[in-house]
Ligand binder design. Sequence first.
Ligand SMILES: [Zn+2]
Length: 462
Amino acid sequence: MARTLITGGLVITAAEETPADVLVEDGRVAALALPGSQRWSADRVFDASGKYVVPGGVDAHTHLEMPFGGTRASDTFTTGTRAAAWGGTTTIVDFAVQSRGSALRAGLDEWHAKADGNCAIDYAFHMIVSDVNEAVLREMPGLVGEGVTSFKLFMAYPGVFYSDDGQILRAMQQAAELGALTMVHAENGPAIDVLVEQALARGETDPRHHGEVRRALLEAEATHRAVQLARVAGAPLYVVHVSAREALAELAAARDLGLPVFGETCPQYLFLSTDNLAEPGFEGAKYVCSTPLRPRDHQDALWRGLRTDDLQVVSTDHCPFCFAGQKELGRGDFSKIPNGLPGIEHRMDLLHQAVVEGRISRRRWIELACAAPARMFGLHPRKGTIAPGSDADLVIYDPHAVQTLSAATHHMNVDYSAYEGRTVTGRVETVLSRGEVVLDRGDYLGRPGHGTFLPRSTCQYL
Ligand SMILES: [Zn+2]
């Protein structure tokens, strides 16, 4: 088997920053050593002097080829995982979807068929449960046995993914029994639907009204309710895409009580705001996602939550729709704009920019983007760190390179960038996935089918 050596870099994990040479053998990290201290022979050597060597990113929230609002997310497993690799992410956890009236099994099989043979990097699945009933509850143990150890429930989107409180409680009880993690989209969907109808009746049809009707208080209320339901069920809880300061406060309060409650936010909530939703013409549609972007002053609270560990994970919620033909479905009616933003390629760089700006430390960058999602979803230590025995999912990162994000240069299959024209410091130089070179200095060397399905163990924070 091939041996690869990465010399002279600063190896950064969630725990340590160590100048070290890294030896890769049989797709795994074999050893770390003081720079230059070992005379390892290797088939291939990368000089990482002046660069960082970090674990490949773990993006625990993606929606590739996801059907939504009569259309479908524009990145396939082929294009989405390739774009992820360009951005230094080597593992994704995507959401398989149960359709109403169908079994979980049918949804999971469908997602396996979409991904199998098409991924450039490794992948795993969460299961979206949109129809909690006795048959579905009986299916859950089988999925956990196959390594699908997290189930997502929606308090939003009545008539599509929505579950009522009784269904959520029942699913949480079953998940708790199985040691599985319940993920919740926490927004009060029925109340939001009333506000949507009222806004449209007043002629408020522009994209910015999407943000206004999805009130921060309705995210906070649902977050509070999800926490209490989880307490009653004796279940751990993971709240996805937290965007409102008031919702974060509910998580912080729960954690102060010592409850097993976790939270995730996304780069769009840290770097974008309602100012983007209010861009002139129909431009705001590019930024329509749920939970929605919030006024700029929520960002400071989210950054603080990331520093104080009231939020543990940054994922992308990558769910891209092209402006032309997809976002445009909602011209004249914001409620018909497909919900979602592209971002799978930029998470590592945007969080590194936060390091550059002094918002988080380098180790916290790696913890939020690699180690914590790997532990949260049962992939550690295979993923998310650099240690003997872990998969050689490695990124050589140039912390000084400057790049400008743009649809003209990104690799996601979408016709706009949510970060168009934004300059960031830091760039992925080389990416290894299980020891194979996927990307090297601007040359893409990956291939569909290299990525394999990862059965996961249960949450490692419990
Ligand atoms: Zn999502």
